[in-house]
Design a protein around this ligand. Structure first.
Ligand code: R5P
Length: 295
C-alpha cells in the first residue's frame, strides 16, 4: 500500500493527489526548536509501506531540503518498504555546471544527499535541465506540464500565435507547448555575464505585428528574462503577450517588472506557494498520470 505523507511545504498538491488516487493522506508533525532547527514526527506506523513524501523546495530552499532529508531518513529507519519523493519545484537545479573554476555543482550535491537520505524514487516537475537527474542514483522522473498549460491557452490564443523560448535551454519547452497548442515557435539566444550575472538577449527578426506571443520558461525569478523579451515583442507590435513558466518564484517585484514590460497574462503552476496576482494552474493531473504508472 502507498501512503502519502505531506511535509510542511507539500500539503496542497499532496491532498489533490491523494484524493485523485484514493491514497491515505497524513501531514507530518512539524515544529521548530527555539534555535530554529526542525522537529518532525511521522504521523503513523509506516513499516512495510511505500511512502510518498511530498514537499516543494521554495521558499526557504535549505530548510525545505533539510526537512526532506530528515523525513526520508526516518521513513527508512521506521521500516518503509520504499520512499518516493515528490518535489514539485527542485531547488538548486540552475547550478548544474561549473562555469568558473571552483564553482559548486549544486544540483549534484542536492540529489546525492536526497538519495543517501533514503529516497529511492524522485519525481519532480519541469526541472531546469532534465540531464541533471543523472546525478540521482535511483529512479528519477521529470513531469512535463505542457498539456496543463495548453488546455488553458489553447482556447485563448489565436491560430497565428507564436511561442518564444528565451534561450536554447527552453527550446524543448517551447517546441512541446507550441505543438500542443498547434502554433509555431522560435528560439532566442541569451548570454549571461558569469561575473556580474547580467543577461543579454539576441533576438530574431520576426514578424510580430498583431500576434499573440507566448514567452515560455521553466522559472521566473526576478522576471528579467521574460521582461526583456516582452519589451522587444511589444515594441514590434505584438497584440498580446503571455508569460508562461512552470515555477513562479517572483522575487524582487518580478510581477510588477513583467507588467511594466507589457506582459498581459502570467501563467504559472502551483509547484510553489503563490501570493502574486497571476494565474495559477494545478499541476496535479500531470503528476497523477505519472503516479498511476508507478504505484
Ligand atoms: C535560467 O536559465 C532559467 O531557465 C530562467 O530563464 C531564469 O531562472 C529566469 O530568471 P529571471 O526571471 O531572474 O530572469
Amino acid at each position: 500500500m502507498t501512503i502519502v505523507l505531506a511535509l510542511p511545504a507539500g500539503t496542497e498538491i499532496s491532498k489533490n493527489i491523494s484524493k485523485e488516487l484514493s491514497l491515505e493522506h497524513h501531514i507530518i508533525t512539524h515544529k521548530l526548536f527555539p534555535d530554529g532547527e526542525s522537529y518532525l514526527r511521522l504521523p503513523r506506523n509506516i513499516k512495510g509501506q511505500t511512502v510518498l513524501l511530498v514537499q516543494t523546495t521554495f521558499p526557504n530552499q535549505d530548510k525545505r531540503l533539510m526537512e526532506l532529508i530528515l523525513a526520508a531518513d526516518a521513513c527508512k529507519e521506521y521500516g518503509a518498504n520504499e520512499v518516493i519523493a515528490l518535489i514539485p519545484y527542485m531547488a538548486y537545479s540552475r547550478q548544474d555546471k561549473a562555469f568558473l573554476e571552483g564553482e559548486v555543482v549544486s544540483i549534484r550535491a542536492v540529489l546525492k544527499s536526497l538519495r543517501s537520505a533514503g529516497i529511492e524514487t524522485l519525481i519532480t516537475v519541469d526541472i531546469h535541465k532534465e540531464e541533471s537527474l543523472r546525478y540521482f542514483d535511483g529512479k528519477a522522473i521529470n513531469v512535463e506540464p505542457w498539456q496543463v498549460f495548453a488546455n488553458v491557452l489553447g482556447s485563448d490564443v489565436k491560430e497565428d500565435a507564436l511561442v518564444i523560448a528565451p534561450d536554447k535551454g527552453a527550446e524543448k519547452r517551447a517546441a512541446t507547448l507550441a505543438r500542443e497548442i498547434g502554433v509555431n515557435y522560435v528560439v532566442f539566444s541569451k548570454y549571461r555575464d558569469r561575473i556580474t550575472g547580467e543577461i543579454r538577449h539576441e533576438y530574431k527578426d520576426i514578424k510580430l505585428e498583431g500576434k499573440h506571443v507566448i514567452i515560455v520558461d521553466d522559472i521566473i525569478s526576478t522576471g528579467g528574462t521574460v521582461a526583456d523579451i516582452a519589451k522587444f515583442v511589444s515594441e514590434r507590435g505584438a497584440k498580446k503577450v503571455y508569460a508562461v513558466a512552470s515555477h513562479g518564484l517572483f522575487v524582487r517585484n518580478a510581477v510588477r517588472r513583467l507588467r511594466e514590460s507589457r506582459v498581459d497574462e502570467v501563467y504559472v503552476l502551483n509547484t510553489v506557494p503563490q501570493k502574486e496576482n497571476v494565474k495559477v494552474l494545478d499541476v496535479s493531473p500531470a503528476v497523477v498520470n505519472v503516479l498511476k504508472e508507478l504505484i
